[in-house]
Design a protein around this ligand. Structure first.
Ligand code: HPA
Ligand code: ZN
Length: 346
């Protein structure tokens, strides 16, 4: 038995960074730091509409999801070669390892690259090689989830899935991201059914900026196994009850929610309420290079602003991250035993 009440706040803050955890909601293109963007732009001869690293960073003042996506897609335009994708992911894995991440499921947006003429092979093989290197260099178990851009058509999503099938062994599932409002999950019903028939895992962003009804249609129409963000579920008590009863995981991204004005301040975040309601909520970084921090920073910022969250909640969030992962039961059990040990030693 872990005596959570005896863990001092200072020790808890250290555990938030050091304890083993899984990251389930990270757009790998969102881990591209301004320094690497400029470095790759120089090497690849790509012109950027920003004069310097500082000027680019200064543009990171977002008012909503779309204001972020415009800059995020501009940043990703420097990625051309397989090695660029590999370098980007390796930089992420080094940061993740320092935050105690032992398992990561990385989103990637192939359309952002293939629409610029980058071959699907360069994207997937660069990232897949980084996942293999993450294990040998950092002991991180990593896999890939291919995301469809929801502001584009379902036909384009079908083409993307088709183009990715020669690399089927390199990704474990499909997701849905980009501009949420006006692009409901139903738009992608058939391509998700196809992915499901192929044995791929299914996730979708829903209830970040979109209404609770989008969470419901992600569940009922797309048949997803996790909801990415999902924080607007709090507007529907019946939906909260359903998510808790089904233990449907939510991959919550606290710093992202503040930066994209989904919540006014971190102190207003409803994560404590989601946990009290018995939801399988997890903490994730979303686009850490753009939102002010990686996974450890997300935990520390959340627990600092919300003092009602203590050691028990930290342990629950980390255990949930393993439970909600697409890993085999034996791996989950081994990581949870490591997590228990870290807290027991506290
Ligand atoms: N929401 C939707 N699409 C995204 C995000 C996000 O937070 N980050 C990268 N693509
Ligand atoms: Zn996201």
């Amino acid at each position: 038995m872990i005596d959570f009440d005896r863990i001092p706040r200072e020790r808890l803050m250290a555990l938030l960074r050091s304890a083993p955890k899984a990251e389930l909601h990270i757009h790998i293109e969102g881990s591209l730091e301004p320094e690497l963007i400029f470095d790759l732009a120089r090497r690849n001869g790509v012109a950027l509409p920003y004069a310097s690293v500082e000027a680019l960073r200064a543009a990171y003042a977002f008012t909503d999801l779309q204001s972020f996506l415009d800059i995020y897609y501009a940043g990703a335009s420097v990625l051309l070669k397989e090695d660029d994708f590999h370098a980007m992911a390796m930089a992420y894995f080094a940061r993740a390892a320092a935050d105690g991440v032992v398992h990561a499921e990385l989103f990637f947006d192939p359309q952002t690259h293939t629409d610029r003429g980058v071959p699907m092979a360069a994207v997937v093989q660069g990232l897949a090689r980084a996942c293999a290197d993450a294990r040998t260099q950092h002991g991180i178990d990593a896999s890939l989830i291919l995301c469809f851009l929801r502001h584009l058509t379902e036909a384009a999503a079908f083409d993307t899935l088709e183009a990715a099938l020669p690399f089927r062994q390199h990704f474990i599932g499909v997701g849905l991201d980009s501009s949420e409002r006006g692009h409901p999950p139903e738009k992608f019903a058939r391509v998700f059914a196809k992915a499901r028939a192929l044995g791929l895992h299914l996730v979708a962003h829903a209830g970040e900026e979109g209404p609770p009804a989008y969470i419901e249609s992600a569940l009922d129409v797309l048949k997803v196994e996790r909801i990415d963000h999902g924080v607007r579920c709090v507007e529907s008590p019946a939906l909260v009850q359903r998510l808790a009863a089904q233990r449907m995981p939510l991959t919550v991204c606290p710093l992202s929610n503040v930066k994209l004005c989904v919540v006014p301040t971190m102190a207003d975040h409803r994560l404590p309420e989601l946990l009290s309601a018995g939801l399988c909520a997890t903490v994730n970084s979303d686009d850490p290079a753009y939102f002010g921090g990686y996974l450890g920073d997300n935990f520390v910022a959340t627990f600092t602003a919300l003092p009602q969250l203590g050691a028990r909640e930290a342990h629950t969030l980390m255990r949930n991250s393993f439970e909600a992962s697409f890993s085999p039961p034996e791996a989950k059990a081994a990581w949870i035993a490591q997590l228990d040990q870290a807290f027991a030693a506290g």
